[in-house]
Design a protein around this ligand. Structure first.
Ligand code: ATP
Length: 211
């Protein structure tokens, strides 16, 4: 069965690296990829753009292709959006279908700070997306999980619903939402770092220009 892969994030704003790595992950895993904006990220400062604007940016960015989809369930749920709860919900819907949680290498390195992080391996596979400037070596507790669970071939994730870790060698793109927010706040125009569609509606990028 074709896996379901999830790329969660604040998408504040969505940028071209999000789209590129999600697209490449979809190809490498032969998976449906859903971008899932987080409502109240438990472990980081609140987003600049509100949830409605971030969803509008995602919709605009995803227009015109059908490989990457939007799943806004965490915004609908309200309260802190713990990934483990979202994965439990997806598991109830998807049965034995392999589910892959996609994480940039930076996010993966921080996994031991997540709510019930060990339980994540029972709920999903993890696909680690290479990211420039990433960490060299994982924290010890994470390294133990990597040693026990790593597979080299992304296609092996089809064998089971959850529990494996695969490093996905996507094209390194040194783009971050932080950098884009800084550029916009400084009055610059990050034209070719963002999806073209975000420039079609002035309301979408206004929150960053005013902050
Ligand atoms: P910020 O700069 O605000 O922290 P970000 O650019 O990291 O934002 P997020 O919305 O936090 O974007 O990222 C969502 C997911 O996408 C995370 O797992 C993150 O690691 C991954 N990601 C973001 N940018 C890249 C990139 N350039 N290469 C690989 N993965 C990325």
């Amino acid at each position: 069965m074709s896996p379901l892969a999830i790329l969660g994030g604040t998408f504040d704003p969505i940028h071209l690296a999000h789209l590129a790595v999600a697209w490449e992950a979809s190809e490498l895993l032969d998976a449906e990829v859903r971008l899932m904006p987080a409502a109240v990220p438990p472990h980081r400062p609140p987003p600049i753009a509100d949830a409605t604007t971030r969803v509008a940016m995602l919709r605009a960015a995803l227009c015109g292709q059908d490989r990457l989809l939007l799943d806004a369930r965490e915004l609908a749920r309200g309260g802190p959006s713990y990934t483990i709860d979202t994965l439990a919900e997806l598991r109830a819907e998807e049965g034995e279908r392999p589910i892959v949680l996609l994480l940039g290498a930076d996010a993966f390195a921080g996994l031991p700070q997540w709510h019930r992080w060990h339980a994540l391996f029972d709920a999903a596979h993890i696909g680690v997306l290479s990211r420039p400037g990433g960490t060299h070596g994982w924290p010890a507790e994470l390294a133990a999980e990597v040693a026990a669970r790593s597979v080299a071939d992304p296609r092996r994730l089809r064998e089971r619903p959850a529990g494996m870790i695969v490093e996905l060698d996507v094209t390194p793109l040194d783009i971050s939402a932080t950098r884009i927010r800084d550029l916009l706040a400084a009055g610059r125009n990050p034209r070719y770092l963002l999806p073209e569609a975000l420039f079609g509606d002035p309301a979408l990028l206004a929150p960053y220009r005013q902050s």
